[in-house]
Design a protein around this ligand. Structure first.
Ligand code: MN
Length: 319
């Protein structure tokens, strides 16, 4: 692993202009690792740009500077190096997929089970809780000052990908990294306030919907959000983030999922499992992926009934 860290740091130091990318619908780990690297490279006087098409959520707007983000990538030749943070596959790059196919001049830093995206050098370790943990190793190797700003970005990703050190990916390494980031200046109280203690009235409406509408079938709990209902609540997919995580906490439930109909006929599924149960292999059967206990997939289906039956069928299947 140390070899990969060194090789990636070497390429980053050599490059003059660097473009950073993360996965579609970026979460706090995706943005935290990307922004952490961005600030580190700025110290080295690199010309750095971050590309992402998706708008930030309300929480992400507080934590990260959205004005930095660029959307349209015109002249790829301008850049000496591309970096993919928290991305396991070409598909997860969304509209930038083509760019990566055409330019092999990229490196990958990621903690997912790799699903095909590999560049010149790759620092990939599924045993680590978050991409931010891995990014700290890279940034240390760059020998820059780890500022409060960098530490905060990385802490946010580490904390949110472990759901505040609760998920099964939490281990001694994640606590060690957290401790280091606090020593580098991450203000845990303030960050926790933003991440976990800032609830809008709308988010309460969405919680209400979840607890009024979830169903249990065997050892699986689920909740579906049809497009009609989503529009009525004036929400979007991200308002339902956390549904499957909430449901997996129910005693006796080993699998959970939520389905959001983002637009008519387009379904986004978030799946969770208790430790010892593999939800990734089930998501893969539907064309998705993720981690052992947290995975997801998007697909088209006739209607919500059809979408729900597809997911229930793979969950019922023996591994
Ligand atoms: Mn992640």
């Amino acid at each position: 692993m140390i070899k990969e860290i060194k090789q990636i740091a070497k390429l980053l130091k050599k490059a003059k202009k660097i473009a950073l990318f993360t996965h579609i619908n970026p979460d706090c780990d995706a943005l935290g690792s990307t922004f952490g690297l961005y600030y580190a490279l700025k110290q080295l006087n690199k010309k750095v740009d971050i590309y992402s098409k998706d708008p930030f959520t309300a929480v992400e707007k507080v934590l990260f500077d959205e004005s930095v983000i660029k959307k349209t990538l015109c002249r790829t030749k301008e850049y000496d190096l591309f970096v993919a943070c928290d991305v396991p596959s070409y598909f997860r790059l969304g509209e930038y997929e083509k760019t990566f196919h055409e330019n092999q001049n990229f490196v990958v830093v990621d903690h997912h089970q790799n699903a095909g995206l590999k560049g010149l050098h790759n620092y990939i370790d599924p045993a680590r809780s978050s991409c931010c943990e891995l990014m700290l190793d890279i940034i240390k190797m760059l020998k820059v000052k780890i500022t409060k700003e960098i530490a905060s970005c990385l802490y946010v990703g580490l904390s949110s990908d472990t759901t505040s050190f609760v998920n099964s990916n939490t281990n001694s390494k994640s606590f060690q990294t957290a401790s280091q980031l606090i020593n580098y200046g991450a203000d845990v109280c303030a960050l926790n306030e933003t991440l976990y203690h800032t609830r809008t009235r709308k988010s309460i409406d969405f919680k209400k919907y979840l607890w009024n509408n979830f169903k249990i079938k065997g050892d699986c709990a689920y909740c579906v959000m049809p497009y009609e209902e989503l529009s009525r609540l004036k929400g979007k997919k991200s308002d339902c983030d956390g549904y499957s995580t909430s449901l997996i906490s129910i005693q006796g439930v080993n699998y959970s999922f939520s389905i959001v109909e983002e637009k008519t006929g387009y379904f986004s599924v978030s799946m969770r499992s208790k430790i010892g149960y593999d939800v990734r292999s089930k998501a893969e059967l539907l064309g998705g992926g993720g981690h052992l206990c947290a995975a997801g997939v998007k697909f088209k289906a006739k209607d919500m009934e059809d979408a729900k039956n597809k997911v229930l069928a793979v969950i019922k299947k023996e591994n």
